[in-house]
Write a protein that binds this ligand. Structure first.
Ligand code: PRX
Length: 635
């Protein structure tokens, strides 16, 4: 029996039990199976959650790009590694073979070296979903530079914060980007960000939209001429298993974004292993994950996991609604997609449209459907199952996080029976548990609690860049010797997990994690605003939308409130990005507070959800009278 590829439920249980009995042997056997190590490990695992410190495959040496590219050149050189589907549906899709990918990554790596990038340096990548994004990620990994990809929908301020937090010296970007029928001035956003990033010495610009941009002499260079002049051979820099591979920022409920640091060896093993099993990937399948590489889903399941398995991975530049709502299904038909992985928010948006958009296309190539990013509601699950999967493709509802690096709880297709809204069972090696608010472990089934993980797994983030204490505090201090996920979950009678949502002040809007504090900080910058509080409320496409309660410094009818709403959303767009805009803004005379001055978001959440029948005892509030006023003026 191979640990590496599970095909039946019985096999799952056998493998799972083995992974519990002896995790080190389990992960050692997997690491021995396919991978190219330049030096074998001395110890499989060394860990202490109290520090917290976790090390996998210590002593081992490798380069992840040799595993994702070079290793396949003997058997798969002419196989498509990356299938690029451009935004424009009439443009020709580009098939990048493993051989071509090797050449392009080596050239890019040589360009980075020529620009002075060295092992351990941080490289900020702010690119749209074009081949250069995946290639630049791999080029960094080739030379041991730490990539920090920033989603190209983030604003200049958000970009600058991320550049400065990890002291990047260089930014890789493009002139512009296409999103549906819009062209976005990406370079303009970079220029604006860099006015507050003194550490940036170089900017390399890929040409995509041919828009007129300004190039700052001495700092900015076009990428293509540098690539043309570069050698197509670049020896891989040998890394230690625990050397950082990348930093990826995620929102916290407070403070600035957290730069989650992922390391090389364990991340590679875990993303490769989970990709193979969760998507039941077979040679010649064509796998498509619709996420952006700017998020962890794209890192792990567009780039590293698929390529480590020698897969064909689709990279789609566009949006589901352009040129019409049939675009996803047109692509499935055109490339005979076998595995399709998307977010519940996309499913809900498409489910609202006419079924003709689906029925026009032949979706018979599909074998496995995936979802990620937020709980999937039953209605969306059934729509996906009936109309896309035609009731024959299992839906893998995959629960995981930027911090976990890879999928943690998910069915194994054709093995684990699925139930709508349940992420089902932990993957081999993963030991989830539920805790109550008193810090006790809930051992029985049929209970809801806070989801924690008891034992390390290879792809877990090792720290927060520059702030290990914050890492300890956020994830390891709530419950002793446990990784706390920040999510709530229910475990049913058979042990299936259903994720119920965040239990902290993070709100997931259209699958994107948004901390309330940074949005409130942005709003409070408006000169007219005294105070604000953001809560989430259910939204039929976004899952959650944002509701802002805002107290102004001066009340009075004289202010043009609609204009103020626009200004506030504009400010949020500038500081964070359009994804954080508020759907509803209610101006209030005050915010409900405890006697110690803490805003009672719980009450505001209930009001936003229009569930005011049971607000609890509000008489102990500092200002109970404001609650009535807020309810009366709710939308
Ligand atoms: O609340 C959970 C939710 O998304 C959070 C992680 O967000 P992020 O770090 O941006 O990573 C998203 C992609 C992995 C989790 O704490 N979440 C993710 N997947 C699911 C989910 N909630 C329910 N079901 C899921 N399948």
């Amino acid at each position: 029996m191979s640990n590496y590829h599970i095909k039946h439920l019985e096999e799952y249980w056998q493998v799972y039990r083995k992974s519990l009995r002896n995790p080190e042997v389990f992960w050692e056997e997997i690491a021995e199976e396919h991978f190219l190590w330049r030096k074998r490990w001395d110890t499989v695992l060394d860990w202490d959650f109290s520090k917290p410190e976790v090390k996998w495959y210590e002593g081992a040496e490798l380069n992840i790009t040799e595993n994702c590219i070079d290793r396949h050149l003997t058997t798969r050189a002419d196989k498509t590694a990356i299938l690029f589907e451009p935004n424009d549906p009439t443009a020709i899709a580009e098939h990048i073979t493993y051989r071509q990918l090797h050449e392009r990554v080596c050239k890019f790596a040589n360009v980075l070296k020529d620009q002075g990038v060295q092992k351990g340096d941080r490289v900020c990548i702010y690119l749209p979903m074009i081949p250069e994004l995946a290639i630049s990620v791999l080029a960094c990994a080739r030379i041991g530079a730490i990539h920090s990809v920033v989603f190209a929908g983030f604003s200049a301020t958000a970009l600058a914060t991320r550049i400065n937090d990890c002291d990047c010296k260089i930014v890789l970007t493009s002139d512009g980007s296409y999103r549906g029928n819009k062209t976005i001035d990406l370079k303009g956003i970079v220029d604006e960000a860099l006015t507050s990033c003194p550490g940036i010495e170089k900017v390399l610009v890929a040409k995509r939209t041919n828009t007129d941009i300004s190039m700052k002499s001495g700092r900015d260079q076009w990428l293509q001429p540098l690539l043309d002049a570069a050698s197509k051979e670049c020896e891989a820099t040998i890394m230690k298993a625990e050397d950082p591979l990348f930093i990826l920022y995620t929102s916290g409920s407070t403070g600035k974004p957290k730069g989650m640091v992922h390391t090389t060896g364990g991340y590679m093993i875990y993303t490769a292993y989970t990709f193979k099993n969760i998507f039941q990937y077979r040679e010649n399948d064509v796998y498509w994950c619709t996420a952006d590489i700017g998020w962890i889903t794209g890192h792990s399941y567009i780039v590293y996991g698929p390529l480590a398995n020698g897969a064909t991975t689709v990279l789609f530049e566009g949006v589901p609604s352009y040129p019409d709502f049939g675009r996803f299904w047109e692509i499935v038909q055109k490339h005979k997609i076998t595995q399709f992985y998307t977010a519940p928010t996309a499913i809900r948006a498409l489910a609202k449209e006419n079924l003709d958009f689906v029925e026009k296309y032949d979706l018979s190539s599909l074998k496995v459907l995936g979802t990620v990013g937020e709980p999937i509601n039953e209605e969306a699950w059934h729509w996906y199952n009936e109309n896309i999967g035609k009731r024959k493709s299992p839906i893998v509802d995959t629960w995981w996080q930027t911090e976990t690096g890879g999928i943690m709880i998910a069915p194994i297709p054709f093995a684990t029976p699925t139930i709508p809204t349940y992420a089902t069972l932990p993957l081999p090696g993963i030991q989830p548990t539920l805790m109550n608010e008193q810090g006790e472990e809930l051992k029985n089934n049929q209970q809801e609690g806070r989801l924690c993980i008891k034992f390390p797994w290879p792809s877990m983030a090792r720290t927060i860049w520059g702030n290990h204490e914050r890492y300890r505090e956020t994830y390891f201090s709530t419950y002793k010797n446990m990784y706390f996920t920040g999510d709530g979950a229910f475990r049913d009678a058979v042990g299936y997990y259903r994720i119920t949502g965040r239990v902290d002040d993070v709100i997931i809007v259209s699958g994107h994690n948004l901390g309330t504090a940074p949005i409130e900080d942005a709003i409070n910058e408006h000169p007219a605003v005294a105070e604000s509080a953001i809560v989430g409320y259910p939204h039929d496409i976004k899952g959650n939308a944002l509701y802002g309660y805002i107290t102004l410094k001066e009340t009075g009818e004289s202010r043009d409130q609609d204009n103020l709403r626009k200004e506030i959303n504009q400010l949020i767009t500038e500081r964070i990005g359009p994804i954080a805009k508020l759907n509803k803004i209610q101006f209030t005379n005050g915010l409900p507070k405890t006697r110690s001055g803490k805003i009672m978001r719980r009450i505001l959440r209930k009001i936003a959800e229009k569930d005011t029948s049971n607000l609890g005892d509000i008489s102990t509030l500092l200002n109970p009278e404001v609650v009535k006023g807020i309810i009366e003026n709710t939308f």
